[in-house]
Design a binder for this molecule. Structure first.
Ligand code: PLP
Length: 389
């Protein structure tokens, strides 16, 4: 018994009573589409490894090679001796692919959002109290980055609402910030980046876009939706942990912005650089992703098929137009029951419940990958009528 356990135990009991207790289930994936959990081999519709790159031989090989050549760890933070020469090559490759002046690698997507925003939202730098406009559905890591500042939240993807809030909170004070995602992680819908850029221009607002779920999957050469509005977004953040099949994150931005963050972002400065093996996998992913149009076409076709089946069954897929297809069930209990039913039939579709999504919108969040076969999709479709609320 440690100190505080006497408080933690009743808290956890209360969570269990309310159906909000979370546990982790160990599993062994073979590919993006196959996982063994609890001794059973399941078709996995809950992986973010959209292009099946986590098991790609080139990522594995380069991770091994770079580990053998540079070691298992990087030895220090970036500003000390952790910037191995491989970093520069990967960051340059990334900036080229993103079409930006510079790029900077972070250790994870959560860390990037949590570390970049506090450095940016410095009162001295932006000329006063931050005015931050955030989409209602942004990721927890973006909220973390905004901690300690007041967020002015606009209705999800409602740019008229954002415009009116920008007008309402205007003034010759600090520079306003707009923070959103290009593809929303639990809804699979997209932000209208061109319209957001116009709005940001009109209001002189800094635009920060998280491309965690678009990187690798959407946009020119799969390098994200920001590629459709070149040079117009002030800072684009994305991850290597989803479609790019490995780990870590990046920001793509101007050169002064990169230099500023190297000097001011505590989460960057005081954390050990990524291990060389991870850098190797990143490097291989960046070589492969631009040429994976066929894989992208495949997963988007799967998503279209699933959305049509959900519609036929009267199940809402929200505003999904990407590889992420939610089946909105309603109550947390009903979503859990639907997930269990699928699992009995060999299909893994994890239930997403509050607080990750709003009360009453618990869902199965299906993620399509290029590794799913047409038979996998048909097996899922056959069960869709049975999970209709
Ligand atoms: C997954 C995710 C992150 C966090 O990225 P990690 O590399 O997994 O830490 C950040 N933002 C969004 C929108 C995400 O979906």
């Amino acid at each position: 018994m440690a100190r505080l356990d006497d408080r933690l135990v009743p808290y956890l009991q209360e969570l269990k009573r309310r159906g909000g207790y979370r546990t982790m289930t160990p599993g062994a994936p073979e590919s993006a589409a196959r996982i063994t959990r609890g001794g059973r081999r399941l078709v996995n519709f809950s992986s973010n490894d959209y292009l099946d790159l986590a098991h790609h031989p080139e990522l594995i090989q380069r991770a091994v090679e770079w580990t053998e050549r540079w070691g298992a760890g990087s030895g220090a933070s970036r500003l000390v001796t952790g910037t191995l020469d491989i970093y520069q090559a990967v960051e340059e490759k990334l900036a080229r692919l993103k079409g930006t002046e510079a790029a900077l690698i972070f250790n994870s997507g959560y860390q990037a959002n949590a570390a970049v925003l506090p450095a940016l939202l410095d009162k001295g730098m932006i000329g006063g109290e931050p005015r931050i406009f955030t989409d209602r559905l942004i990721h927890a890591s973006l909220h973390h980055g905004c901690r300690g500042t007041r967020q002015i939240r606009f209705r999800h993807n409602d740019l008229d609402h954002l415009d009116s809030l920008l007008k309402k909170h205007s003034g010759p004070r600090s520079r306003p910030f707009i923070i959103t995602e290009s593809v929303f992680s639990m809804d699979g819908d997209r932000a209208d980046l061109a319209a957001l850029c116009d709005l940001a221009d009109r209001h002189g607002a800094f635009l920060y876009v998280d491309e965690a779920h678009a990187t690798g999957v959407l946009g020119p050469k799969g390098m994200g939706l920001s590629g459709h509005v070149p040079g117009r977004i002030d800072l684009v953040m994305g991850t290597f942990s989803k479609a790019l099949g490995c780990f870590g994150a990046y920001i793509a931005c101007s050169a002064p912005m990169r230099d500023y963050l190297v000097n001011r972002s505590a989460g960057f400065i005081y954390s050990t650089a990524l291990p060389p093996g991870v850098m190797g996998a990143m490097d291989a992913a960046l070589d492969l992703v631009p040429g994976m149009d066929a894989e992208r076409a495949r997963l988007h076709a799967h998503a279209d098929t699933l959305r049509r089946a959900l519609e036929r069954a009267g199940i809402s897929a929200g505003g999904s137009s990407t590889q992420i297809v939610p089946a909105v069930i309603g109550s947390a209990d009903a979503a859990l029951a639907a997930s269990r039913l699928l699992e009995e039939h060999g299909i893994l579709g994890v239930a997403i419940r509050p607080p990750t999504v709003a009360e009453g919108t618990s869902r199965l969040r299906f993620a399509m990958t290029s590794a799913h076969t047409d038979e996998d999709i048909q097996a899922l479709l056959a069960l869709i009528p049975e999970i209709a609320p």
